[in-house]
Design a protein around this ligand. Structure first.
Ligand code: AAL
Length: 403
């Protein structure tokens, strides 16, 4: 193929213009430039409504007992607004010992950070200072689902009632794997009292299926008049090569039955769920794992997701404030903030706030930047380590001996 010479002199071949066109120009394009106009809503992050940087703020008001690992808060729910306040629910573990590692706990000794946990909640009048209100869902008695631990909650508001969905462990996390189904509790107020159904509402898949062992991170939205419950499962645990995929189950009633989407899994990357109605579809934060991690994705039907942007420093375990999460909107406005968590803070996790501009109603130019100017020491923290340093030195010596 004769490669067109874009010197501007050969009038037979136009050159790509200096000012970025907002529509695909009528000219031959490379695959990369064609993709820029075909795959994205805009050819640049400057105008892409589903691109944003993420900024983080330490929360005030939540104590962690000196951070000795006996108290953890993590995996926040979506944030909702009720009675003129913000509400959030989360995993709270308070144990006499820090976590001992997957499968290495005992009756009152936690294995993982979310073992032997309860669901607690907090309220805020500004989204930065939070006041812990108390337990929402304690661990039920054996043999009810969740007797070992209830964790990783999310909230649904449906026809004036409140529903908390959560991972309900029937054994210590790490016994085989991080295995659990999902159960649900109901209330007439965000302050409870919460009535557990003691039922599994999102069951594990059949033997040999991708979600046979774990139904994690339940995340309900109201879409097309139904309850769209997104969730994550861990699979392929061979040789510690876990793969996380996300699925969808749909119901007409908060207590089910939830019918799993025949196209499951619907997201090929990610970890904890974080989604929101956007325009006529659903947007998803694909964080941490998979070929498409660190992307924001969009599905015009809530099922078939495409990459909308590539981002960085994404919130871990995002619990966004989604004003239209339950309004059955066909023009989702998007999100600007939420809560998330940081794990491995010693042997516990902490909640934090993230801010972004993934909203049709906000324009924060400083969040459209794509670069983080970290000082070198931030990069050096992601170092080689002694063994790999020696390995690379040996490689260099061997290479230099070659002619
Ligand atoms: C989190 C979530 C689920 C997992 C564990 C606690 O990041 O994916 O909740 O079970 O880790």
């Amino acid at each position: 193929m004769k490669i067109p010479v874009n010197d501007g002199k050969d009038k037979g071949v136009a050159f790509f213009p200096y000012v970025m066109p907002r529509e695909r120009p009528d000219m031959p394009l490379s695959r990369a430039m064609d993709r820029l106009f075909a795959n994205y809503s805009e050819p640049s992050t400057w105008w892409n409504e589903l691109y944003s940087q993420f900024r983080y703020t330490e929360l005030e008001g939540l104590d962690y007992r000196g951070g000795d690992g006996r108290l953890t808060r993590r995996d926040p729910s979506k944030v909702i607004k009720a009675d003129g306040k913000y509400y959030v629910w989360y995993t709270r573990r308070s144990t006499d010992a820090p976590p001992q590692g997957p499968g290495r706990g005992a009756e009152s000794i936690p294995s993982t950070d979310w073992d032997l946990s309860e669901i607690w909640y907090a309220t805020s009048e500004d989204g930065f200072v939070w006041e812990e209100q108390g337990v929402a869902v304690p661990r039920p008695a054996k043999p009810h689902p969740g007797w070992r631990s209830v964790s990783t909650p999310d909230i649904l508001v449906w026809k004036g009632r409140y529903y908390l969905y959560y991972q309900s462990f029937l054994e210590m996390s790490g016994t085989r794997g991080d295995d659990c189904p999902v159960s649900v509790s109901c209330a007439d107020s965000p302050n409870g009292p919460w009535t557990p159904t003691h039922e599994v509402v999102i069951p594990n898949g059949p033997e040999g299926s991708w979600d046979q062992f774990s139904i994690h991170d339940p995340y309900p939205l109201v879409y097309k008049g139904q309850i769209y419950m997104y969730y994550k499962s861990d699979m392929n645990a061979a040789r510690k090569q876990n793969i996380r995929l996300q699925g969808l189950a749909i119901a007409d009633d908060p207590l089910g039955p939830f019918e799993k989407c025949p196209l499951n899994p619907v997201l090929n990357s990610g970890h904890e769920t974080g989604l929101f109605p956007f325009k006529d579809g659903i947007a998803a934060l694909a964080i941490r794992h998979g070929n498409e991690h660190n992307t924001i994705q969009f599905a015009p039907d809530g099922i078939n997701f495409e990459i909308a942007s590539t981002v960085s420093l994404m919130p871990i375990a995002p619990g966004p404030y989604v004003p239209d999460a339950f309004t059955n909107t066909d023009n989702g406005r998007g999100i600007t903030w939420g809560l998330c968590h940081f794990t491995g803070v010693g042997k516990h996790s902490i909640l934090a706030r993230f801010d972004c501009d993934l909203s049709q109603d906000e324009d924060a130019p400083n969040m459209r930047q794509t670069e983080h100017w970290w000082p070198p020491e931030y990069y050096y923290k992601s170092g080689l380590g002694e063994a790999m340093r020696r390995e690379r030195e040996d490689m260099a010596r061997a290479d230099l001996k070659k002619t």
